[in-house]
Design a protein around this ligand. Structure first.
Ligand code: G6P
Length: 620
């Protein structure tokens, strides 16, 4: 190792001190070198290739950065995608969050299509979505049920939300879950040359290992949209140890809140005796960084929704709903029809409130059906509807219905209008990763006359909004929810404005674009695939062990060139050609290395073993 440093240094000095150098010599200087490196096209190795990602690569040429997001060609992978149509309803917080990221960052987003396939691998079909692309996958029918219904939604989902009573007893599903992850990894192989992979949610916990087994070595991060439970809860998941180990194949694990992050760290300690050191867990594979990234919304876009035109049918629906509340106060709840959302307890809260304060407020509950093929969801729907019928029968009159309930999904633009008209936003999930409805409700308010947010203390959003802002409640206790709604209904304007202002400032100061930029900046730091002590700083910049033979060839060619008498023009010309081709062989991998380093601004003892100074290393 040390020898080649000497050879290169000597060659370098010789080259710059050569007297009588021909015109070519100038191109061998450091400045010219830098120029050459910059000129190397990033996509050189893909040019003319039949690789389907080629089309994407060229479309990304005009890639623009978002909120200082690193300029990287990203692959986003999740089970569910977004509609990319403002007039269509969003299916989830995950979809609502990722849609603007993909539209603005030029990422390719892979997710499940509505169709099932026979498991045959097909080339990815990329469809333009803003500056990005989507690639929908027909997931294999044979494994879909085990993967989606059984393991993801009947086992992982309830446990992640600390509701293990809702967990299905069936142990099947794990094999299909693994097979499906494997299938998705193989589909992602077409995109292996992009810069980084960003995987989302509990359907894909083991995907990083599958990507790596296929030789995809790009930085790979994961973000969990749901909560992470305590270790004793997680133990109820079949194969939890294997699953958690596989998560340590990611370079970066992102969580919504400190509570989730701390629970994950506690699980690692409990199951494997692993400690995290300043948020870094070291395993045989390398390092996994753990961090909190609280997801946000795009408040500006939300304000635009308020002014956006609705389809005539939706406009009609909204107008008739608002008419039915005319003159009276109403609260709004918007949730997928999911037992984690605490809709039944909320309805009971209205039951109690209306018994104490008859006719004081009604509820508009929008609850689009979800996962109807899972038994627990069917049961829950019945329970919620029975409870609503009971309240309406008990407290309603000919002219007034206490609870308006619909399973219809609404577009974001329609929801924005309903949020704004509602006097109270009730967001009372039993557990929730973040809950973007809470933030959307706040963002849609009239600054001069804002409504009040009643928020579950077990929603991730309660880590962002404190009790001076939202009215925080325990969602398991209907009487607490009822008290909070009553307080909200009677809250004076100045207090409402004060609470709203403070929440709104937070929403504006950390948007969905800050969230993605922060995450991707952290993921970018994983671009060092080789341990830092294997990097060395030489004349041309940072390099690694594997590149040393290329340096050696280049140094030898340079020495040979310098030793030739300038008078012998033919020989000098031939030697120059050798130097040039040795340089070209070195330049591409060297450029690649520079791209994978992010903050090695100056050689330090820890990073180059103290050799940097000895070699007269410099910053390039
Ligand atoms: C939650 C999950 C998402 C999921 C969404 C809708 O928000 O975190 O990953 O996509 O629910 O559920 P579904 O099963 O319809 O995709």
């Amino acid at each position: 190792m040390v020898r080649i440093h000497d050879t290169l240094d000597t060659a370098w000095l010789d080259s710059s001190s050569t007297s009588g150098a021909t015109q070519h010599d100038e191109t061998l200087g450091q400045a010219a070198f830098a120029l050459h490196l910059d000129e190397i096209p990033l996509e050189q190795e893909q040019e003319g290739g039949a690789d389907p990602s080629h089309a994407v690569a060229s479309a990304d040429a005009e890639h623009r950065s978002v909120n200082q997001q690193p300029d990287m060609k990203l692959v986003v992978i999740s089970n569910r995608g977004a509609p990319f149509d403002p007039n269509k309803p969003q299916t989830s917080g995950l979809a609502a969050a990722l849609e603007p990221v993909v539209e603005r960052s030029g990422a390719v987003w892979m997710f499940s299509s509505e169709n099932r396939g026979d498991g045959t691998e097909r080339p990815l079909l990329l469809v333009k979505a803003g500056e990005g692309h989507v690639a929908e996958l027909d997931l294999p029918a044979a494994h879909y049920r085990g993967y989606y219904r059984d393991y993801s939604n009947s086992i992982l989902w309830p446990v992640l939300h600390s509701l293990s009573d809702r967990m299905s007893r069936a142990e099947e599903g794990y094999d299909s879950y693994r097979q499906m992850n494997n299938f998705i990894a193989r589909a992602a192989f077409d995109l292996r040359d992009r810069d980084a992979f960003w995987v989302h949610d509990y359907h894909l916990l083991p995907l990083a290992g599958d990507l790596q087994n296929l030789g995809i070595e790009r930085p790979t991060g994961f973000f969990l949209h749901t909560p992470w439970p305590t270790p004793d809860m997680m133990e109820r998941v079949p194969n939890y140890r294997e699953l958690m180990k596989s998560m340590l194949e990611y370079d970066l694990l992102g969580f919504q809140t400190n509570r989730d992050l701390n629970n994950f760290v506690a699980s690692l300690r409990t199951y494997f005796g692993l400690e995290s050191n300043d948020g870094v867990v070291t395993t045989e594979r390398g390092q996994t960084r753990l961090q909190k990234f609280p997801i946000g919304i795009d408040p500006r876009q939300f304000a635009e929704y308020l002014a956006a035109e609705l389809s005539p049918a939706e406009q009609e629906k909204i107008s008739s709903l608002l008419q039915s509340f005319e003159g009276a106060k109403f609260a709004i709840g918007v949730d997928r029809l999911d037992y984690t959302k605490g809709i039944d307890k909320r309805v009971e809260a209205f039951n109690q409130l209306l018994a104490a304060e008859p006719g004081s407020i009604s509820l508009l509950q929008i609850a689009p059906s979800s996962r109807a093929d899972v038994d627990e969801y069917r049961k829950y729907k019945e329970d919620v509807e029975n409870a609503i019928n009971h309240v309406n029968a008990e407290h309603g009159t000919e002219e007034w219905r206490p609870i308006h309930y619909t399973n219809d999904p609404f577009s974001q633009a329609a929801l924005a209008r309903l949020y704004r008209a509602a006097h109270v936003g009730v967001v009372t999930p039993l557990r929730d990763g973040m809950n973007l409805v809470a933030k959307e409700y706040v963002a849609a308010q009239d600054p001069k006359d804002p409504g009040v947010l009643v928020l579950s203390k077990f929603a991730g959003a309660a880590e962002d909004f404190n009790e001076d802002e939202a009215l925080l409640v325990d969602p398991n206790h209907p009487e607490e929810i009822a008290d909070a709604i009553s307080k909200a209904v009677n809250m004076p304007l100045d207090e409402r404005v004060k609470r709203w202002r403070s929440m709104m400032d937070k929403i504006v100061s950390y948007t969905i674009h800050d969230w993605s930029a922060d995450y991707l900046r952290e993921l970018d730091k994983s671009r060092i695939a080789v341990p830092a002590d294997q990097f060395h700083h030489l004349g041309l910049g940072w390099t690694n062990e594997a590149q040393m033979p290329l340096y050696q060839n280049y140094a030898a060619a340079l020495t040979a060139y310098n030793e030739i008498d300038p008078a012998d023009a033919t020989l000098k010309e031939a030697a120059y050609a050798d130097v040039k081709s040795a340089f070209e062989a070195l330049a591409v991998p060297l450029k690649h290395t520079q791209d994978r380093l992010w903050d090695l601004s100056a050689p330090t003892a820890s990073r180059d073993g103290g050799r940097g100074q000895e070699l007269g290393a410099r910053e390039d």
